[in-house]
Design a binder for this molecule. Sequence first.
Ligand code: GUN
Length: 282
Amino acid sequence: MTIIDGKALADKMAIALKAKVNQLKSAGVTPGLVVILVGENPASQVYVRNKERRATSAGFNSEVIRLAVDTSQADLLALIEQLNQDAKWHGILVQLPLPAHISEEKILLAIDPDKDVDGFHPTNMGRLWSGNPVMIPSTPAGIMVMLAEYGVDLVGKTALVIGRSNIVGKPMAQMLLDQHATVTIAHSRTKDLPALAKQADVLIVAIGRGNFVTADFVKPGAVVVDVGMNRDESGKLIGDVKFDEVAPIASLITPVPGGVGPMTITMLMEQTYEAAKRTLAD
Ligand code: GUN
């Protein structure tokens, strides 16, 4: 069994990205990422700080716009429109969740699809599903890079994705399908999940329940990817997979922390860079 080191891969990619950014700067373009945070959700504040730090260290123009929790939807839409028009920004990210009085759907629709680094705009979801991905969600994108880095050949393999969110489960399934895996999406109402999971060569777990996947879900030699970020009773960060139990059965497995997490921000940076590079070709 090999543990997939997402942190090491993210660090390696960060070094390579800096060099690519310097080249792009010589050609006259500095990648720009702007993040909008509405309110003071503590987890969102941590995520946003990390994104800002990584963008700055990659040599990007980086700005976080922090708005009061009672900001109106109209004001947020006006801000997005202004950022859409501003050539300094190649990536615009609105941190989720938004306060209840703001429609997430309306906000995501307002972002220019070519600046939508999250890949959450319906245009980008459609581009992915029709086989022409442009901006894609960072978490599944990072998983695909990890699988490639560790030499996982997906052609003809059975893959089970547990979780059907727009952010992870659905785009993950499409990316695996694109690499010629035979893909099933399972969710909280799937019947006899352990038996289904046990048939999978590749098991991606994004269900959001700590230690949910135990040894009896896993086929010997399977590749297991854990997207979970949960806290146990003592506040410790744990995944959706019971690592100690599953690791000895798996051929490859991602840990939590240090697996999928570090790759997510990495992919956000890569996509901002790619979006900036595309403006050169315009
Ligand atoms: N909140 C939690 N994860 C994400 C993400 O990937 N993108 C955005 N915009 N908000 C999030």
